[in-house]
Ligand binder design. Structure first.
Ligand code: ADP
Ligand code: MG
Length: 490
């Protein structure tokens, strides 16, 4: 809401609620296309990976890829959804240069995956359940290339026929942050269960955001705009934020929101109208006469889900129960399977789950983020980090200097012990040595000793500081405290 509205408007100020539903297209990790044997590999020369079936040339017939169905079923199970025993492929008819067939094979009335749900963890740690309306199989279209082709636009059909799973959420999301948390959750699930690499740069995970606003308290939803093809979580948040403000400004200025498709322009941080929204009947959906209904029996289902791994929500709950992690930490540490496995190894081998959680979510992730690295490439192994934590626990190194040890390990200095020795970071626990150092400090600072003995307790901190400074941070703090107390009060 803008300030001038507040000043000029009579009557109560309108409060708005945002409503968001996401449609996510995730590319299924199959070797070949959904209805042909052409490869799906990314990055090939344009138009070298589309075959007659992908192009819809006359006289060819599509054959459904079993693996694509298997991956869709895995997803359905992972979100606790009903798997349709019988689903139908339909033709969605529209004209676009990157769709030479003139129709896209999709699923419409009977999708393979029905209603399910996922949980998201909000910033304050609360858990919210978001409904998934459906997930259906479909083929991808080609791609228009607006590079410099002497003023023409090029078409690359390599992607035509690539298997996609379109995952449609209920309009349960209320803020851009919730939408991002939900999108991240779906991204996390598809990667956990290995049905997609989720690579956003390569277009394997694309999000459409349906956004509307309504006055708080109103039951009916407002008219929505759909922001197409967002390919990063940050852009998703920004695009929705912009769109919400645009709609509120529009309505408060006396206008009305129209149902339309918009594009997010990241460079300008704004959404722009692309076309007015088609109604479903504009697409003249009808069952594809070339494809039989998809029937899934118990044996196929069992096979598809036989090797499903522990899912993120279950892992999160287990980390909370087993290691006493907060919901926030458990959520963070289960973001990917690799990260979760890494943490568990550190926790198990160090015997210190809380410290392990702190080190992995703190020092390790920070170091990885600096280099945009993946956990699999971490120069400090889980076993190595567990070794460092054991050295903190047995007093070999202080928690503070341990950060320096970690840095040394990160930069190729070897295991914790090697770095501690090479850099002389071993904690001083020899009480004789600490005692003589403290004697010297006391002798050198008679004024402070006087003050302390006169009741100025704060001066104690000064002595601790001196001892830590003189020992290069290596004196055992507990021993320093004890010895100082004894010496100063005698
Ligand atoms: P379409 O058939 O046009 O794709 P759907 O009914 O399938 O429309 O909904 C598409 C997406 O839009 C879903 O994620 C749904 O939750 C969301 N959605 C529907 N109505 C609204 C609304 N008024 N505001 C925000 N999102 C909405
Ligand atoms: Mg839709």
């Amino acid at each position: 809401m803008k300030m001038d509205h507040l000043n000029h408007q009579a009557g109560p100020i309108m409060q708005w609620e945002t409503v968001i539903g996401l449609e996510i297209h995730t590319q299924l990790a199959t070797q070949s296309k959904i209805f042909s044997g052409a490869p799906t590999a990314f990055g090939a020369e344009p138009n070298t990976q589309a075959c007659a079936i992908d192009l819809g040339l006359p006289g060819v017939l599509p054959v459904l890829n079993r693996q694509a169905v298997k991956l869709a079923v895995r997803f359905g199970k992972a979100i606790d959804a009903e798997i349709a025993a019988r689903s139908i492929f339909a033709r969605k008819n529209y004209f676009y240069p990157d769709l030479p067939k003139g129709y896209q094979i999709s699923q419409y009335e009977l999708p393979v995956v029905g209603k399910g749900q996922v949980e998201i963890v909000l910033d304050d740690g609360t858990v919210k359940t978001i409904g998934v309306t459906r997930a259906h199989l479909e083929e991808d279209a080609g791609k228009s290339l607006h590079e410099d082709f002497h003023g023409f636009t090029g078409i690359d059909l390599n992607r035509a026929g690539t298997p996609l799973l379109e995952i449609v959420s209920e309009p349960d999301l209320r803020t851009p942050q919730e939408a991002v948390a939900y999108a991240k959750k779906i991204h996390q699930i598809v990667r956990y269960i290995g049905i997609s690499d989720g690579n956003m740069q390569e277009g394997s995970f694309r999000m459409d955001a349906n956004v509307s606003v309504r006055p708080v308290g109103q039951k009916e939803f407002g008219t929505r705009a759909e922001i197409k093809n967002v390919n990063s979580f940050r852009f998703l948040e920004k695009a929705i934020q912009f769109e919400v403000e645009r709609q509120i400004d529009l309505i408060e200025g006396g206008g009305t929101v129209i149902q339309e498709t918009r594009l997010y322009d990241a460079a300008k941080d704004e959404t722009r109208s692309m076309r007015t929204k088609e109604e479903a009947n504009d697409y003249r959906y009808f069952p594809d006469p070339d494809l039989l209904p998809l029937e899934i029996d118990a044996a196929f289902l069992d096979d598809a889900i036989a090797d499903l791994p522990e899912l993120p929500d279950a892992k999160r709950a287990r980390f909370h129960a087993e290691y006493g992690l907060s919901a926030y930490d458990a959520n963070l540490l289960t973001a990917s399977r690799d990260l979760a496995d890494y943490f568990e190894t550190v926790a198990r081998e160090s015997g210190e789950p809380k410290l392990a959680a702190n080190w992995v979510s703190g020092e390790l992730l920070a170091a990885l983020n600096k280099g945009e690295g993946e956990i699999a490439q971490s120069p400090v192994s889980a076993t190595g980090l567990a070794g460092l934590i054991r050295r903190i626990q047995d007093g070999t190194v202080s928690g503070k200097l341990a950060k320096q040890v970690f840095e040394g390990m990160w930069n190729g200095g070897g295991e914790a012990d090697a770095v501690i020795d090479a850099q002389g970071l071993r904690q001083i626990t020899d009480s004789g040595a600490i005692e003589s150092m403290i004697d010297a400090i006391i002798a050198a600072n008679p004024e402070q000793v006087e003050q302390y003995r006169a009741g100025k307790d704060k001066v104690f901190g000064f002595f601790v500081g001196q001892a830590m400074k003189q020992s290069g941070g290596k004196a055992n703090p507990g021993q320093v405290n004890d010895i100082l107390k004894r010496k100063l009060s005698s």
